[in-house]
Design a protein around this ligand. Structure first.
Ligand SMILES: [Fe+2]
Ligand SMILES: [Fe+2]
Length: 393
């Protein structure tokens, strides 16, 4: 899922310190991307994707005593978070939705899948490929969770609730990219080699969520993202149904249901943080929103289009798979979910953060309406994923 928010809207900023919850100085360093230090190859192309952004990176912004909160929540997480995981034996697997390679009817099943896919327009496939690529960069997201102080999987097989959650969450998520990838391969509608190159570039580039090794920021980010993916997979499900492909609708809908369950778990963690530390949590929420939620695949590249993410996001916006309105809706949902308006006993800085996040959805909507009001020049953009065919954005 993705959104070209940064180029569509300039978010209002507010006098909320970007590091309000720190007692010690966070470490700062310049983000050095692989690309900026990469050497040009013989044909003049860089071996890695081009630089997208370089900014000040902040690390370890949560003070040690707050890191302790997460250690003390081990038992709570076992009783309240791990229950949102599904036992493997009860989980769906990609094979449940795909032609059976061992069966006599395999070729017929593939033919039927391809017949159904023929009715679906190119722009839908661009959105679905982008969603699949986003899912396929899962190593990056597991890495991101394991950057967070106090909850990271210290050994790779840590018996802590946080370690168990992260591994099992990753294992559940792994089915999403797997299923979409196999479906797209069988559909015959996309240039698989270009898609695969994009995945390799993206995993090589990573992501920059600006979560500062800070689990407050990290879990606010994941709460937002799980809901965003729930919305976007839900929309691709609805649209597949409209195009008459009920099996694809079922695929996307099933993935959306997983995202919803994950959203429930992550929003519960943040709800608990609001209970323990309302001031620190509301300031973290404001900080995260002020920095904007960058989409997980924001560094995507296919070896050809330097603005691939923006172009993909323009397609999802136009198709209404994921839009600026959805961003505002998610924001509003989280404000309600965490009962931000009802928080009391906050410091003056906490009050400012509360005010900022409560007003933000409305502000985003106004800016979006204004952006919509401006007449935009439609342009045709080629996507390598669909053999260089052009999409109107
Ligand atoms: Fe997913
Ligand atoms: Fe997810």
């Amino acid at each position: 899922m993705a959104l070209r928010l940064s180029s569509m809207i300039n978010f209002p900023t507010h006098n909320v310190s970007s590091k309000p919850h720190t007692l010690r100085s966070p470490r700062l360093c310049m983000a050095s991307t692989l690309h900026s230090i990469s050497k040009e190859t013989e044909n003049g192309k860089k071996p890695y994707s081009p630089p997208k952004e370089v900014h000040l990176q902040v690390t370890h912004s949560l003070p040690p005593q707050k890191v302790e909160i997460f250690k003390s929540l081990e038992g709570w997480a076992e009783d309240n978070i791990l229950v949102h995981l599904k036992p493997v034996e009860k989980c769906w697997q990609p094979q449940d939705f795909l032609p059976e390679p061992e069966s006599e009817g395999f070729y017929d099943q593939v033919r039927e899948l391809r017949e159904r896919a023929k009715e679906i327009p190119d722009d839908y496939f661009v959105a679905l490929v982008g969603d699949m690529i986003t899912e396929e960069a899962l190593p990056t997201y597991q890495t991101m969770l394991n950057t967070l102080d106090g909850v990271r999987d210290e050994t790779g097989a840590s018996p802590t609730s946080w370690g168990i959650w992260t591994r099992a969450w990753t294992a559940e998520e792994n089915r999403h990219g797997d299923l979409l990838n196999k479906y797209l391969y069988l559909s015959g509608r996309v240039d698989m080699k270009q898609v695969e190159k994009t995945i390799q570039y993206l995993i090589g580039s990573g992501m920059d969520p600006k979560t500062e090794n800070n689990p407050y920021l990290g879990f606010i980010y994941t709460s937002f993202q799980e809901r965003a993916t729930f919305i976007s997979h839900g929309n691709t499900a609805r649209q597949a149904k409209e195009h008459g492909d009920l099996k694809l609708a079922q695929i996307c809908g099933t993935i959306a249901a997983d995202e919803k369950r994950h959203e429930t778990a992550y929003t519960k963690i943040v709800e608990k943080l609001f209970e323990i530390d309302p001031n620190g949590t509301v300031m973290a929420f404001a900080d995260m929103m002020k920095k904007k939620i960058s989409m997980p695949a924001h560094l995507m590249y296919d070896g050809k289009d330097d603005n691939l993410f923006d172009h993909f996001a323009a397609v999802t916006q136009k198709l209404e798979v994921y839009t600026a309105k959805d961003y505002a809706d998610i924001m509003e949902f989280l404000v309600g979910r965490w009962k931000i308006e009802k928080l009391s006993g906050l410091s003056s800085e906490g009050h400012r953060a509360q005010d900022y996040v409560c007003k933000l959805p409305q502000r985003i909507r106004k800016l979006e309406e204004r952006a919509q009001g401006r007449t935009k020049q439609a342009s045709m953009v080629p996507f390598s994923w669909i053999f260089g065919r052009e999409i109107k954005i």
